[in-house]
Design a protein around this ligand. Structure first.
Ligand code: PXL
Length: 259
């Protein structure tokens, strides 16, 4: 049977991030993608001018509709917007018999806050306990762990601390921190590192969404976590290297990159 993955995320009308990035990535990985919408952004590669969350009830009804009909083998969350939306996702996720990947969209690579303080607390206190894998960037890792994260040793410590909030696995994404792009995984009491050459590019819009969607797609196929991360890391590295050069600002990566 065809593997199925679900994303619960926001709309980026420019198509590089959010729900669209997730669905394009699922498709590229040969996985049937379903998408539950949480919020609408108004943005292009140069600006974000509005973020409008949906009513929690509408998110809850979307979840119920797809889950009662087409059970996925893995799911992920992206931008969740409000504490009310996080709460309905938590209620649904409690019943998941498949892994949930949480991209804790809280703070952008550039340090901009993406959700309100109460939503941040719901994410840490309510969503992480029902999460299989959480994938914070350095800023998000610092916020979740309550410490400065400025080197690989600190990434390891932060990953351990975040695991204390309840997720089975934590992947702290190093991005620009080191010569190579090094990500640190804490899983089953062990630290593992995933390194890839770092690519200088202005076109990195949607990188986090695309990377976590690729991991989710591999989990939907039944891959072990470490193997899923290795494949996803190779894909995101190629996707950045081969970005199609669209838009006048921070453009998208190439979701058509080889898996
Ligand atoms: O990459 C974080 C993110 C998540 N979801 C949506 C976004 C973005 C960043 O632009 O637009 C909808």
């Amino acid at each position: 049977m065809k593997p199925v993955a679900l994303t619960i995320a926001g709309l980026d009308p420019s198509g590089g991030a959010g729900l669209e990035a997730d669905l394009k990535t699922f498709h590229q990985f040969g996985v049937y993608g379903m998408g539950v919408l949480t919020l609408v952004t108004v943005q292009n590669t140069q600006r974000v001018s509005a973020v409008e969350p949906l009513a929690p009830r509408l998110v809850q009804e979307q979840l119920q509709a797809v889950l009662e009909d087409i059970p996925p083998q893995a799911a992920k969350t992206g931008a969740l917007g409000t504490a009310g939306i996080i709460e309905v996702v938590v209620e649904s996720a409690r019943l998941f018999s498949f892994p949930l990947v949480v991209d804790p969209v809280m703070i952008s690579k550039h340090g901009t806050a993406l959700i309100a303080e109460d939503a941040r607390q719901s994410l840490a206190g309510r969503l992480l306990p029902v999460t299989f894998l959480v994938t914070p960037n350095l800023n998000e890792a610092a916020a979740l762990a309550g410490m400065k994260v400025a080197d690989v040793k600190a990434m390891e410590e932060a990953a351990r601390r975040i695991a204390g909030l309840g997720p089975k696995a934590v992947l702290v994404k190093g991005g620009h921190l080191t010569e190579d792009a090094v990500d640190v995984l804490y899983y089953q009491g062990r630290i593992q590192k995933f390194a890839a050459r770092r690519i200088e590019s202005k076109d990195t819009h949607g990188t986090g969404c695309t990377y976590s969607a690729a991991i989710t797609a591999e989990l939907a196929k039944g891959r072990e976590l470490e193997a899923a991360i290795e494949t996803a890391k190779r894909y995101i590295t190629r996707a950045i290297a081969e970005s199609p050069g669209l838009g006048r600002g921070c453009g998208p990566v190439d979701h058509h990159a080889a898996v």
